[in-house]
Design a protein around this ligand. Structure first.
Ligand SMILES: [Fe+2]
Ligand SMILES: [Fe+2]
Length: 291
């Protein structure tokens, strides 16, 4: 067994132990007492507990999570020829992600936040559209999923803070989801690091994936408006992505500290340009961020 395979096995076993410790069931977190029959008590916009903007943010989270069948399909296809720990992780990860869309969807129905008929239509469109990974290289996908899991974690925690006063039950649900996302991120982050340690020229792939990153829900209707509303009302815009996601993973993998080589130079210079542009956009649109 190679050192890398051994390391991935250890990371997978650690994930299983940690996720067992924080395991939760969606039936215990939902406010069932708020439920009413939609046929006898039709939905009206004033019945919810959240503003339209925060409702849109929760709906966007649900509409992203609901594509799990396609994420599982994509990940298991791309990791097919990879180490067995990665393939096993996709199974365990699917088990954990399985209740994410469901708890958000049922919460929205019980709390009467958002039009259930309109949402039902969008959800069906999203699932029918599906999802495909941008890159079919297993290592590039690991870099992508590290960013995506951390981005989702930060989004849920920031959204939890924004909804706390309006609906503490929802804040609690979002924090339970964020704990799962933290462990998912940790697995992919450490797996990526192990691959980089085995072959530092893989940093070229890291530098190439970062500028192309978009959240997996980017294909859903109205995505650009949703992102804008989430940025202005749910505490998760470009500054949060830059400070809490990008800088965190870059620091952990030593992306910017690593000396450039002939294989990493072009990708690294393109990344530097991308980060420079991002900092300029952020400083033009909000309070200054540190470099
Ligand atoms: Fe999730
Ligand atoms: Fe996740």
């Amino acid at each position: 067994m190679s050192h890398l395979t051994e390391k991935l096995d250890t990371l997978y076993q650690r994930h299983r132990a940690l996720s067992t410790n924080i395991d939760w069931g969606y039936h215990r977190l939902l406010p069932w007492e708020r439920g009413r029959n939609f046929n006898d008590h039709p939905w009206a916009p004033d019945q919810g507990t959240l503003s339209p903007e925060l409702t849109l943010a929760v709906e966007t989270a649900m509409l992203t999570e609901v594509n799990l069948p396609w994420f599982t399909h994509g990940l298991s296809t791309i990791f097919e020829s990879g180490p067995s720990a990665l393939k096993q992780f996709v199974h365990t990860w699917t088990r954990e992600e399985d209740q994410h869309a469901r708890i958000l969807d049922v919460y929205l129905l019980l709390s009467r936040n958002g039009d259930p008929d309109a949402r039902d239509q969008v959800r069906k469109t999203v699932v029918e559209t599906g999802w495909q990974a941008e890159d079919t290289d297993p290592f590039a996908l690991m870099v992508y999923t590290s960013l995506q899991e951390l981005a989702t974690r930060v989004f849920y925690l920031n959204l939890a803070r924004s909804v706390e006063d309006g609906d503490a039950v929802l804040a609690n649900i979002l924090r339970a989801l964020a704990k799962d996302e933290t462990l998912h991120y940790t697995f992919y982050r450490d797996a990526t690091k192990a691959y980089i340690e085995e072959d530092p020229s893989r940093l070229a792939t890291v530098c190439r994936v970062i500028p192309k990153f978009v959240m997996p829900g980017f294909g859903m209707p109205d995505f650009t408006r949703r992102i804008r509303v989430i940025g202005s009302h749910a505490g998760y815009g470009l500054p949060a992505y830059y400070e809490q996601v990008l800088k965190t993973v870059q620091r952990f993998w030593g992306v910017l500290e690593h000396e450039m080589s002939s294989t990493t130079r072009d990708a690294r210079l393109a990344l530097d340009k991308y980060l420079y542009r991002m900092r300029r956009v952020i400083s033009r649109t909000s309070s200054p961020v540190s470099g």
